[in-house]
Design a protein around this ligand. Structure first.
Ligand SMILES: [Zn+2]
Length: 604
């Protein structure tokens, strides 16, 4: 038997070709079927996701939780669960050396359910048909996530938290200031403060939503804040400050005294930075005074001096009580006295080092004589020279105002020229008047009157106007009336004719110079008026305007008491006497205005 290789080869070739042929046919089929299935799937996916618009695209994850195929309420539940988880994920807030454990929720993070729902429902439904198919396929394979991000957070709440946190941790810069130690005026340098950089923290919070680890640590950056007034600003002012601070002062009124040491004076001096009047783009530091410290010192003196007046009581024709005058320290005037005295000191040219400063307005008592030298003391060497000279206090006399008992007389005019009637039409009128300004509290009072749209009469003191000229202009500009209250707040009934004339005329000129108007109302200081004053007032074309409701706010009886006194005395045409001397008056004013209106009265 012979083997025919030829035949075998031929057969083999035939079989192989057939096999390859059939295999190729098979793959064609598979490919065909596969493509058909794929297209069917894509069409189906597209159709399903198009029809079920109220459900997430098939296969979508909500931050690792599969959410596809869940309807309505279920989806909301899942979103809420995730919000709670995210909002309560522990967070370590590191602020400088402080560490606070906090959650995004405490930070004010509030994710919006509806926004997230909208985002879940629109995921995979945007862009061209190919884009949508790719997104939807990726979702099907578990590759598409919708996670909570910071842009679905209520920003106002987190800002509120951050601002609050800033209040807690920020340290304001300390301004450079003068001090007095070891008998010497020195400069205490400024210190930078620090505050939260809110914008930077917000940027850090943005990243939070993207982190998945258990505890996130957030390092909150602090930014330095600069002092406004630096030691360099104060150096040129040192000679002036030395002259003001070196010598203590004593405030004196009605035999009582309050002394202010050099150390206290150094705290009273509060440098201020303002626009330079010569070059408005530049700022300039100059000597100023701390108003509230000044008030505290003057109030200490006032407390020892103030006495309330007692009214005269008459029953029929019998005088039951004659009444007595009271007295008080006029706070605004006292401040003007002290500030102008101190400023004057600073402007005096350098005296010879050892000599006391020549201060014109004040009496400088002789320093207490040193104790008599012990026998043989002359032999001792003199004490070392550079010891600072013990300073002699300057005494600043503070006027004590006499407060007249309430009087009813020919001088009790409250409706000059018929301008302040009891009734306007059928409206019962009340008028507000403010005496002794302008002063430190006048601006606050003007703010309140503006807010309530009330117009008042301000009886201004001439010399105070020179200290607060801008306040005078504001009184005029805001439609209030300016009246004359003398130039130095003196009891005019005790002056000569020339003295009275000068007090009134000087004030008229000051009003004219600053506000550009001719005042025609006059109220005498302490209500003290006699025929002579009345006569001179009339000659200067001034009309008298007294008051009919007196809450005695100058005696600082407290806000509720001031309010009660006004409200208890309301009557048509009532003319209320306020003073601009203490914080209690602006503090009481809003409630008084509201009460007057609530009682059916109309304010001017
Ligand atoms: Zn007065």
């Amino acid at each position: 038997m012979s083997i025919n290789f030829e035949t075998i080869w031929a057969n083999f070739k035939r079989i192989s070709v057939t096999t390859v042929q059939s295999v190729r046919n098979h793959w064609h089929k598979v490919l065909l079927i596969g493509t058909a299935l794929f297209l069917l799937l894509q069409t189906g996916l597209l159709a399903w996701n198009t029809v079920h618009r109220n459900q997430p695209v098939a296969g979508l994850h909500l931050a690792h939780q599969r959410v596809s195929g869940i309807e309505g309420q279920n989806l909301l539940h899942k979103i809420n669960d995730l919000i709670i988880q995210t909002e309560s994920k522990p967070l370590l807030l590191v602020v400088g050396s402080n560490q606070e454990h906090i959650t995004p929720r405490q930070l004010g993070a509030r994710y919006s359910t509806s926004l997230i729902e909208k985002r879940v429902l629109s995921a995979g439904r945007h862009g061209s048909i190919f884009r949508r198919l790719i997104d939807q396929d990726a979702a099907l394979l578990g590759l598409r996530n919708v996670s909570l991000s910071f842009d679905t957070v209520d920003r106002a709440m987190s800002l509120a938290y951050l601002n609050n946190l800033n209040l807690k941790i920020s340290k304001p810069a300390t301004e450079a200031r003068f001090d007095f130690q070891n008998g010497k005026v020195g400069i205490v340098s400024e210190q930078a403060g620090q505050e939260l950089n809110v914008a930077q923290v917000e940027a850090l919070l943005q990243k939070l939503g993207q982190q998945n680890n258990q505890t996130s640590r957030v390092d909150v950056p602090l930014s330095p804040t600069k002092a406004t007034i630096t030691a360099d600003d104060l150096k040129p002012l040192l000679p002036e400050a030395e002259k003001i601070i070196n010598q203590p002062i004593v405030l004196q009124a009605a035999g009582k005294q309050v002394s202010v040491s050099s150390a206290e004076l150094s705290q009273l001096v509060a440098p201020v930075k303002q626009a330079d009047p010569k070059q408005p783009t530049q700022t300039k530091v100059s000597i100023g005074f701390n108003d509230s410290k000044l008030s505290t010192i003057i109030d200490k003196l006032a407390a020892q001096v103030s006495v309330d007046p007692q009214p005269k009581i008459v029953s029929g024709k019998t005088v039951i009580s004659q009444g007595t005058a009271g007295s008080h320290v006029d706070g605004t005037h006292a401040k003007v006295e002290v500030v102008s005295e101190l400023l004057k000191r600073g402007q005096v040219n350098s005296p010879p080092p050892a000599a006391p400063l020549p201060l014109p307005v004040v009496t400088t008592p002789k320093p207490a004589s040193p104790p008599p030298a012990a026998p043989g003391a002359a032999a001792k060497p003199p004490p070392p020279a550079p010891e600072p000279q013990p300073a002699t206090p300057t005494v600043i006399p503070i006027e004590v105002g006499e407060v007249a008992p309430p009087v009813v007389s020919q001088y009790a005019e409250t409706n000059p020229g018929g301008r302040y009637p009891a009734l306007a039409g059928d409206k019962k009128m009340i008028y507000l008047t403010f005496d002794d300004g302008p002063g430190a509290y006048t601006e606050q009072i003007l703010d309140i009157l503006k807010k309530y749209n009330v117009h008042a009469v301000f009886f201004l003191v001439g010399r105070n106007m020179t200290v607060y000229p801008n306040t005078v202009k504001r009184i005029k500009a805001e439609g209030h009336t300016i009246g004359n209250h003398s130039y130095t707040h003196v009891d005019l009934s005790k002056l000569s004719d020339a003295g009275i004339t000068d007090e009134l005329a000087h004030t008229q000129k000051t009003i004219k110079d600053i506000a550009g108007i001719q005042a025609d109302l006059f109220r005498p200081p302490y209500g003290s008026i006699n025929a002579k004053v009345y006569d001179i007032m009339t000659k200067q074309q001034l009309s008298l305007m007294m008051w009919s409701i007196d809450p005695r706010d100058w005696s600082k009886p407290g806000v509720p008491e001031i309010t009660k006194r006004v409200v208890d005395s309301l009557k048509p045409g009532g003319n209320v006497l306020f003073h601009v001397l203490h914080q209690q008056t602006p503090d009481a004013l809003p409630a008084i205005i509201e009460a007057i209106r609530a009682h059916g009265y109309t304010l001017n």
